[in-house]
Design a protein around this ligand. Structure first.
Ligand code: WTA
Length: 656
């Protein structure tokens, strides 16, 4: 692992305080108020979190112990407390918000649907009963492989209601990637759809499920299929059932199961620098509290807000900030199936205008794509309902931030640049919009209760403005609990890069960062080999295994190179087996092969054939050098550990 450097970060001095109008109405109104909360939480984190848990959530039974940290890094929050996330998202709102829209859904072809809290509650109860009738019991795994339709959220909430941990797999993943996840999570029932709409075309989902199950390596017993796109799909008798048939007779009576605070809520897979994707495990009580309170304070939720997070439910952002966080707060959450496309580059702005969206949360890669599509699209829509903007997924470049602020936000909306991870469960470093002045490109300050720091590998804080590793010094309720079926990997990946000292464990996030003189965090991206393509994490190892599984490939090394829209694009360096010769056709075929192994998000932008790859004497591929080569910059840093320098020379001349 290389020490993060700060050379590439521009000095950014612009400061944008919230307007007086915004602060006045905000939940947290001033820097002083934030500071008081932060100090109070720091002085007594357990009191801070337990008071919030009491005030903000419904518990069937109070906990005995706020935090059990006797066996670090395995935390338990609200020990012996009984709670149900679906109850907190639905039942408790019925008295005051029965007729308030819970989910406002917009399909890509222009169809739309609104579910009030009362209606959503009914649908969730019905589907929970359907799951039970299919034999799903507390603790059984349910896979969800869906387009962005309300049934995706209904299925998640139904699982939470009966205590069946869900594992949502992004609909863009291939059959192979789906199968790996279904096998690892021991999924018994898969919920899917015939397909979904994306960029004016049908993305078939059911055939991918069929392919994933064909080998018989999973333990899936039943597949529930939502009819969304209407094309023919084959249904396997005794295994495949239509959602609408099952729902017809399902009862709307399904009390929420009191779950133990530490019962598993879901598994969500994410990429690391080595090995297969990790099953990140989140549990019930702590996650509920953390998703709830971060949504409320960071998006400054007010009763009449129409809140829209553009993430897919297949990612953690879709879990915490499309479904659970907003619904736990009784907010109106917008779900949109589509994506900006040639036939309507302004579709996002249509959704904002149509539904009078007031809080909008999206990704830097989307913002950069919008800039390219042209200001005429947002400018020709009425975006005056917006009052707050957010970003997540990768560092946002100041130019994109400024564009977002002026063209989308009309210079009146604060921007919350939120840093967090699948592992953290919710947002960790972020402005509170009524309290904290923003700087373009900085995620600003830690959320109250989060003891974030920038450290060296001994766990010492690094001086102001020096690069180091982003770390967290105290457990928090939303933290992941383990890697599913691999506690050792959990320990090694997150808690041992910085060795614990005197029993003090430090969470290692895998990102480089610095803090400026105001204490603001500037996140610089990954320090490991994880590539961030359009805000999605991909491990080099996954893509390399996919390439090597092709018969022509002997060895492969993939790295990220800077990309104007996607942030990073994948460049694959490939050596060939025996008699295979490099050709454009082979490059195309290899790209296709990766898509079929993992999914379109992993398609390499470029394949570079090589005779050999640069390695250390111990045989480790030096990706650092390949990154410089891919980016077309001078190779920097130490090359003395290279086994064979001529390999590098050759790659350099071939590339130019
Ligand atoms: C990156 C997404 C800079 C970071 C919620 C992190 C960011 C990884 C930001 C997690 C941000 C996310 N500024 N970098 N505001 N937000 N990242 O697990 O590298 O898909 O470690 O979770 O995205 O990605 P994940």
């Amino acid at each position: 692992m290389s020490q993060p450097t700060i050379e590439s970060i521009l000095q950014e001095d612009r400061l944008f305080p919230p307007t007086a109008e915004f602060s006045q109405l905000a939940r947290i109104k001033s820097l002083e108020e934030y500071q008081t909360l932060y100090d109070r939480a720091k002085a007594d984190p357990l009191k801070f979190w337990s008071e919030l848990a009491e005030q903000e959530l419904h518990w069937f039974q109070h906990w005995d112990t706020v935090l059990d940290w006797n066996n670090p890094p395995f935390a338990k929050w609200f020990v012996n407390g009984k709670i149900n996330l679906s109850y907190n998202c639905l039942d408790r709102h019925l008295e005051t918000r029965a007729n308030k829209p819970a989910i406002v859904w917009e399909g890509e072809p222009g169809d739309s649907k609104t579910l009030t809290y009362a209606e959503l509650h009914q649908e969730v109860c019905k589907f929970a009963n359907v799951l039970k009738s299919l034999g799903v019991k507390k603790g059984d795994g349910v896979g969800i492989y869906m387009p962005m339709v309300p049934e995706a959220a209904i299925a998640m909430l139904a699982c939470a209601r009966i205590g069946a941990p869900h594992s949502v797999v992004f609909g863009g993943f291939s059959a192979e990637a789906l199968r790996d996840r279904l096998v690892n999570a021991e999924v018994k029932v898969v919920v899917t759809a015939d397909g979904g709409w994306r960029k004016d075309a049908i993305v078939p989902l059911k055939p991918q499920v069929d392919k994933a199950l064909a080998e018989g390596t999973t333990v899936v017993e039943k597949v529930v299929v939502v009819k969304r796109t209407g094309q023919d799909v084959s249904m396997v008798s005794d295994r495949d059932l239509w959602w609408h048939d099952l729902e017809k007779d399902a009862s709307t009576d399904c009390p929420a199961e009191p779950m133990d605070s530490e019962d598993m809520l879901f598994i969500l897979y994410t990429s690391g620098s080595t090995g297969k994707p990790k099953g990140v495990v989140h549990t019930t009580g702590g996650y509920n509290l953390y998703a709830h309170i971060t949504t409320q304070w960071i998006f400054d939720l007010q009763e009449n807000d129409v809140y829209w997070c553009t993430a897919d439910v297949g990612w953690i952002t879709g879990h915490s900030y499309v479904v659970y966080g907003p619904l736990s707060n009784g907010a109106t959450t917008v779900m949109y199936e589509g994506a900006p496309r040639a036939s309507n580059p302004g579709c996002f702005w249509d959704v904002i205008e149509k539904h009078k969206v007031s809080v909008f949360y999206t990704a830097p890669t989307a913002i950069r794509a919008f800039i390219k599509m042209g200001d005429e699209h947002p400018n020709s829509r009425d975006l005056s309902s917006l009052r707050l903007l957010g970003t997540v997924g990768e560092p946002i470049n100041p130019e994109a931030w400024m564009w977002y602020k002026s063209v989308i936000g009309g210079d009146r909306c604060p921007i919350v640049d939120t840093w967090w991870q699948t592992e953290t469960g919710g947002i960790m470093i972020t402005p509170l919009p009524g309290a904290i002045a923003t700087k373009p490109g900085s995620a600003t300050l830690p959320f109250p209760g989060i003891l974030a720091d920038v450290v060296d590998l001994d766990g010492n804080s690094v001086p102001t403005n020096e690069g180091g590793y982003l770390a967290v010094r105290h457990p928090w309720p939303g933290m992941m609990r383990t890697v599913y079926k691999d506690p050792d990997r959990f320990r090694k990946t997150y808690w041992e890069h910085i060795p614990p000292k005197d029993g003090n464990y430090i969470y290692f996030a895998g990102d480089g960062a610095r803090r400026d003189a105001d204490g603001y965090f500037w996140v610089m991206g990954r320090v490991d080999d994880v590539i961030n393509v359009a805000g999605h994490r991909l491990g080099t190892m996954e893509v390399e295994s996919a390439l090597v599984s092709h018969p022509a490939v002997a060895e492969a090394a993939v790295v990220g190179k800077p990309d104007e829209i996607k942030g990073q694009d994948i460049v694959a360096f490939v050596t060939l087996e025996g008699t295979h010769q490099p050709s454009e056709d082979l490059a195309k075929e290899l790209k296709k092969h990766v898509v079929s192994e993992i999914g379109a998000i992993a398609r390499p932008g470029e394949i570079r054939f090589a005779d050999a790859l640069p390695k250390t004497r111990s045989g480790k591929i030096m990706r650092r050098l390949l990154r410089d080569l891919a980016a077309g910059v001078e190779i920097s840093g130490d090359t003395s550990t290279l086994e064979d320098r001529s390999v590098l020379e050759k790659l350099r001349t071939e590339g130019s």
